[in-house]
Write a protein that binds this ligand. Structure first.
Ligand code: ZN
Length: 222
């Protein structure tokens, strides 16, 4: 178990060195309660220059089981179960706050054979199809009297959009409700240990999206 994770200090080190990880960020190895993941022992270090080659993994196309994606995602097979947990939690939190599920999850991509920006000798988890970038959620109109009655605001009986970019920091009116949805969602994902890396507006380059992945280390900055 320990030997499998020996790459952690090398992976997390550059993040500290670049000042990407501040004191408000928790960065630690996953606790014993977290199950090992099939890609934990996969080598992420690559040559910082030249043409890169991404590992050949079992990939799958996933439309979304509990909430669909606006466009199917192309991911590592083992990541699918985590995305399904994410969809299920997003559906539950949406019902708690808005009285109905999102119509679709809007993402900015999953698989992309590339290096980590600013750390060119490390493979991005996107290069393994082991990460997703979430822009927000689209809700359709309330479809029946129950949904209309449980909508917390008249305006929300119509369709609406929730976006990390426009709503994460809002504290007034209907928009504060969208902020609550986004914050409750990430809190629930953390509690249930669905992902190991969760990045959001607090992390450089993530003003307009959440990045979730299953790298072999833990990093949370939302
Ligand atoms: Zn990302």
């Amino acid at each position: 178990m320990q030997s499998q994770h020996s790459c952690w200090p090398f992976l997390i080190g550059p993040l500290f060195a670049l000042g990407l990880v501040s004191s408000s960020v928790s960065a630690e190895t996953p606790t014993g309660s977290e199950a090992p993941y099939p890609l934990d022992s996969l080598e992420r270090t690559i040559s910082p220059k030249g043409k890169m080659k991404c590992p050949n993994l079992n990939m799958t196309r996933h439309k979304g089981k509990y909430v669909r994606y606006h466009k199917p995602v192309f991911i590592y097979q083992g990541f699918q179960e985590r995305l399904e947990r994410f969809e299920s939690i997003a559906a539950d939190v949406a019902v708690e706050i808005y009285g109905r599920r999102p119509r679709q999850i809007v993402h900015l991509g999953t698989y992309n054979c590339r290096r980590i920006r600013r750390i060119p000798d490390l493979l991005s988890e996107h290069a393994l199809g082991n990460a997703i970038d979430i822009e927000g959620f689209d809700f359709g109109p309330a479809r029946n009297p129950t949904e209309r009655a449980s909508s917390p605001h008249r305006r929300l009986r119509r369709g609406f959009k929730v976006r990390v970019d426009s709503h994460w920091d809002r504290d007034k009116g209907v928009e504060a409700l969208h902020a609550r949805f986004l914050h409750t969602l990430t809190e629930r994902l953390l509690e249930e240990e669905v992902f190991r890396v969760l990045l959001g507006p607090a992390f450089p380059g993530h003003q307009d999206h959440f990045h979730f992945d299953l790298a072999p280390y833990r990093l949370v900055s939302l």
